[in-house]
Design a binder for this molecule. Structure first.
Ligand SMILES: Nc1ncnc2c1ncn2[C@@H]1O[C@H](COP(=O)(O)OP(=O)(O)O)[C@@H](O)[C@H]1O
Ligand SMILES: O=C(CO)[C@@H](O)[C@H](O)COP(=O)(O)O
Length: 545
C-alpha cells in the first residue's frame, strides 16, 4: 500500500496536492499520506513504548491505581520523530496542501501562562520537546483509561439534577474518563497548577496547536466527550463549566465545527521540514469520530473499531441520549450525531489471554478460537482486567454450567470465551444506543485487531452480521483525518459539495466482506445473550468499584 519509492523520485515537476492525516492514539502516533484521488501513498508510525522508551510507558500509558496518565512531552517528542522519519524517506512535504488529525479522546493538556508565546516563536534549529519542556502546568496528562474521578462524576450528576439530565445536555451521563470530571479533580487537588493554566486542550487540539503555532480550538465531535458541551447548541454549557473549574470558558476557548480550517502550518514546520507556507490545518478531532469519517457508510451500518479500546459506532439522525453509552456531534454532518459505546478491555485484554493461553501467538490463539464450540460449551467469561466502562465493573469472572469457577475446566476455552464475551456485550449494550438488533446487517471493522480473521468471524456469528473491512487496511482513524484535511482545503477553496460527495474519487476505500454470520448463529447467540445479561448483572454487583 505505502510506496516509499514515490518519495525518491525527486520529481520537482509534480506539484499535485497531498494531504496528511495523523492519529495520536494510545500506543502510537500514526500518519497517512493521500493524494487528491484519495490514494494512500505512505504510512508511518512512532510507537511510544518502543521508540521513546525513556518515558517508561506501557502501552503508551502510566498507570497508578485508578489513575492513568501519559507524559505530555512524550507526545511532543513523537511529533518531531515522526516528521523526521518522513523527511528521511524523501517525503515531498512541499506538496502537502492540508493536514488534519485525531487523537485518543477525553485526555487533557494544560498549558502554562505564556505558553502560546512560546508556540508562536518556535526555533526550527532545535526540537519541539527541547522548547516546550516546562510549559505544561500539569506535566502528566490524564487520559481515557483513567477511572479515578468517581466522586467528581457523582457531584456533577447531583448538581445537574441526575444522570439523565446531564446526558440530555452533553450526550453522556458522567464518566470518569471524560474531561469535565478530570478538570474538576485537578482544579480541586492542584489549585496552583490550575490557576497557572492559560489554556486547556484536548489531546487532539493540543497536537493541532503545535502545528499552527497557537492555541487550536476544540472541535464539536471530540468536544462531545467532555461532559461540558451542549451537543444541541454546539457550545459550552456555562453551568457545567462553573462546576468544573474557574474561568473555563476562557481556558477552553471557542468550539469549532470539525471541518473548520483553523490556520496555516507554523513556520517551524516550514523551515525544519519543508512544508509550504500555505499548507492548511483543519481542526483535529477524536479518533472514533475519524474512524467513522473514514468509511462511506450506508444507513443502518455499524462500525466496530478494535484499537487499544474497542468501540461500537453508529450514525444517528437524532440525538436521544440515555444513561448508557454516548451521543457525540457527528464529525462530517452538521445535522447528525454519532452513538458510541466504549470498552477499556479491548486489545490489551485479548493480548493478555493470548499470552497466558496461546504462547503469545495470534496464530495459536486463532486456532483455539476456531476449535471451540459456539457458547464454549455453556461457559461464559467476563474479563475486566482493568476497570471496565461498559458495564461499570472490574475483575475476572468465569462461569461453567451456571456455576462460578476460578478457571475453566478446559483453560484453552478462554480464547473463544473472551471474544464471545466482548461481542455479546456489544450486542447487548448497542441496543440501548439505537442499534436495531437483527440478522444480516453490515458491520464495518477497523483498528489493529480487525485484521484478525478469526476475531471477525466470531463477531459475525454473534451479530449474525456481514462483517466488512476497508480495502485500505486497519488504521482508519488516520485515513478519516486525511479525508477531512482534503475536504477542508477544498471547501475553503470554494468547493461546496458535502463531505460524502468528496469521497467520490478513484482511490476511495472499497468495503470487502470478510465474514458472514448466519441466521442460525444469530439465533443461537440470541439465546446465549439472555444468560449473558443475567450473569452481567451479577458481575456488576460483585465487581463494583
Ligand atoms: N493479528 C492481530 N490479532 C489481534 N489483534 C491484533 C492483531 N494485530 C494487532 N492487534 C491489536 O491491535 C492493537 C493496536 O491497534 P491500533 O488500532 O493500532 O491501536 P491504537 O490506535 O489504539 O494505537 C494492539 O494492541 C494489538 O493487540
Ligand atoms: O475512550 C475512548 C473513547 O471514548 C477511546 O476509544 C479512546 O479514544 C482511545 O482510543 P484508541 O487509542 O483505543 O484508538
Amino acid at each position: 500500500m505505502a510506496d516509499r519509492q514515490l518519495f525518491h523520485q525527486h520529481d520537482t515537476t509534480n506539484t499535485s496536492p497531498l494531504y496528511l492525516g495523523l492519529d495520536l492514539s494510545t500506543q502510537q502516533l500514526k500518519l497517512v499520506v493521500i493524494d487528491d484521488d484519495l490514494r494512500v501513498l505512505h504510512e508511518e508510525a512512532v510507537n511510544f513504548d518502543r521508540d521513546l522508551p525513556h518515558y517508561g510507558t506501557e502501552g503508551g500509558v502510566k498507570l497508578n491505581g485508578y489513575q492513568a496518565t501519559a507524559p505530555t512531552i512524550m507526545w511532543v517528542e513523537a511529533l518531531d520523530l515522526l516528521l523526521g522519519k518522513m523527511k528521511d524517506s524523501g517525503f515531498p512535504s512541499h506538496r502537502v496542501a492540508g493536514i488534519s488529525g485525531c487523537a485518543q479522546q477525553h485526555g487533557t493538556v494544560y498549558w502554562k501562562q505564556g505558553a502560546e508565546h512560546v508556540l508562536a516563536h518556535l526555533n526550527p534549529e532545535s526540537l519541539l520537546h527541547e522548547q516546550l519542556r516546562g510549559i505544561f502546568s500539569v506535566e502528566s496528562s490524564p487520559i481515557w483509561q483513567d477511572s479515578s474521578t468517581s466522586a467528581e462524576c457523582e457531584e456533577l450528576e447531583v448538581a445537574m439534577g441526575g444522570a439523565q439530565k446531564l446526558a440530555d445536555i452533553t450526550g453522556s451521563s458522567a464518566y470518569e474518563r471524560f474531561s469535565g470530571s478530570q478538570l474538576r479533580k485537578i482544579a480541586k487537588a492542584r489549585p496552583e497548577a490550575f490557576a497557572q493554566t492559560e489554556r486547556i486542550s484536548l489531546v487532539s487540539s493540543f497536537a493541532a496547536s503545535m502545528l499552527i503555532g497557537k492555541y487550536a480550538p476544540i472541535d464539536t465531535a471530540d468536544g462531545s466527550g467532555m461532559n461540558l458541551l451542549d451537543i444541541h447548541q454546539k457550545d459550552w454549557d456555562d453551568r457545567l463549566l462553573n462546576l468544573c473549574g474557574a474561568d473555563l470558558r476562557r481556558k477552553l476557548g471557542a468550539v469549532v465545527k470539525t471541518d473548520a480550517v483553523i490556520g496555516f502550518i507554523a513556520s517551524y514546520f516550514v523551515e525544519r521540514y519543508g512544508f509550504r507556507k500555505d499548507c492548511m490545518v483543519v481542526a483535529w478531532s477524536g479518533d472514533n469520530p475519524d474512524s467513522l469519517a473514514s468509511l462511506n457508510l450506508r444507513v443502518g451500518d455499524s462500525v466496530v473499531s478494535m484499537g487499544t479500546s474497542d468501540t461500537l459506532l453508529l450514525t444517528l439522525e437524532k440525538a436521544t441520549p440515555s444513561t448508557e453509552g454516548h451521543v457525540l456531534c457527528h464529525p462530517t454532518r452538521h445535522d447528525a450525531y454519532m452513538a458510541m459505546i466504549v470498552y477499556k478491555n479491548g486489545s490489551l485484554t485479548r493480548e493478555r489471554i493470548r499470552d497466558t493461553y496461546a504462547w503469545s501467538s495470534w496464530e495459536k490463539f486463532n486456532s483455539l478460537v476456531e476449535n471451540a464450540d459456539v457458547g464454549c460449551g455453556d461457559r461464559f467469561g467476563f474479563f475486566f482486567y482493568v476497570p471496565e466502562i461498559t458495564p461499570k465493573a472490574q475483575g475476572v469472572f468465569r462461569f461453567e454450567h451456571g456455576q462460578q469457577v476460578e478457571e475453566f475446566s478446559r483453560p484453552e476455552i478462554n480464547a473463544r470465551a473472551v471474544l464471545e464475551s466482548q461481542f455479546l456485550s456489544m450486542r447487548l449494550h448497542a441496543r440501548r444506543v439505537g442499534y436495531h438488533d437483527s440478522a444480516s446487517k453490515r458491520i464495518i471493522v477497523t483498528g489493529g485487531a480487525s485484521q484478525n480473521d478469526a476475531i471477525v468471524r466470531v463477531l459475525a456469528d454473534v451479530f449474525g452480521a456481514v462483517v466488512m473491512r476497508s480495502s485500505l487496511g486497519g488504521g482508519s482513524a488516520t485515513l478519516g483525518a486525511a479525508y477531512r484535511a482534503r475536504y477542508g482545503v477544498k471547501h475553503a477553496s470554494g468547493w461546496f459539495g458535502t463531505f460524502e460527495q468528496s469521497l467520490n474519487a478513484p482511490g476511495a476505500p472499497q468495503l470487502v466482506t470478510v465474514a458472514e454470520g448466519s441466521l442460525e448463529s444469530y439465533e443461537k447467540y440470541s439465546i446465549l445473550l439472555e444468560e449473558y445479561e443475567r450473569l452481567e448483572r451479577d458481575v456488576c454487583r460483585a465487581g463494583q468499584f
